[in-house]
Design a protein around this ligand. Sequence first.
Ligand SMILES: [Zn+2]
Length: 382
Amino acid sequence: MPFQKIIPVQFKQIIGQQFIKEKLINMAKTGRISHTQLFAGPEGSGNLALALAYAQYVNCAAATDEDSCGQCPSCIKFQKLIHPDLHFTVPTISPYKQTKEILVEWREALIQNPYINDFQWLQTIDNNANKQGNITAEECRDIINRLGLTSYEAKFKTQIIWLPEYLHLSGNILLKLLEEPPEGTLIILVANNTEKVIATILSRAQTIKIPKLTDDEIAEALVKYQNCMPQKAADIARLSDGDYNLAISLTAMEQDGYFGSYSAWMRFCFSGKVGELQKWVDEMAGSGREYVKNFLGYSTQMIRAAFLIKYGDQSLVRVNEEEKQFLMKFSGFLDGRNLPEILKSLDEAVVAVERNANLKILFLNLSLYIGRQLKKAQQAKV
Ligand SMILES: [Zn+2]
């Protein structure tokens, strides 16, 4: 979710998992908070995001029956991942031995994508990561030390151990702590594959099983948060098999493809170089009707985003950095007159594609029309 410097971890911001959310809230409300819990769910299910939302909820000063408030001092610090009583342990690779050495990178990676997997994370700290990730004995001793200190301000000093699969023999150092954490401590282990977690650890935690997301939940989230067209979102959701992290990657790959085509198209429209434009049109027309329809949808989103960048609230713009850079320049070619005309022509093109219009003729006419509209705004300036 670009341009968001806080992590969206109120329950309502987390995709799907309604049953689990209610269960967690109920546990907190009735005071049945087990001090060592294991959130077990497959990759991309949101188990890490749920652990954060739960920790934020139990520490919130004004929690309701549905959610944390998102606004009290505790919530604000949780959302920025800077609460002094929120501790993380994540896998590292040498030369790093402890999470505190790479905490800045971890916060950034987590804020970017609360559905991140271990491969992506280890790549972040070492991009030729063929080394094995690890949660070291040093880190385990560090956990015991920091949880032994009294908490600064939280109701529950919270330790999240992301991927206890990476605790090997060193995990035994933690057994006593997991069995009897200090007063006012909440330890949440977040695992993808419990078969790989050592049995002595498993037996000391209360397990909460988190199911994979449904196709509908993923598709809806892709439309809402990733600027994806509904039909494409449904296709990607089916491919992702409940893994929202995978769905995000697939969507980004799609959109990269569209962006290259789109930025080239707008340049050719404006420059009016017919040879280059003709080549582009031939290629687009050969991509198939479904692709063309999605591409036109993407183009509409880009024009709208350019409008917002120019006249509106930039925080509403949901594009990636590369797209934003392009759109900031491109918005100079748009004004209040040509913008609605271009949007209308794109809408009409979608209808024509659905009605089996000849794609080459359609795109050639559309390109010449958009080219004229873009030049109008330039002339109006002079
Ligand atoms: Zn709050």
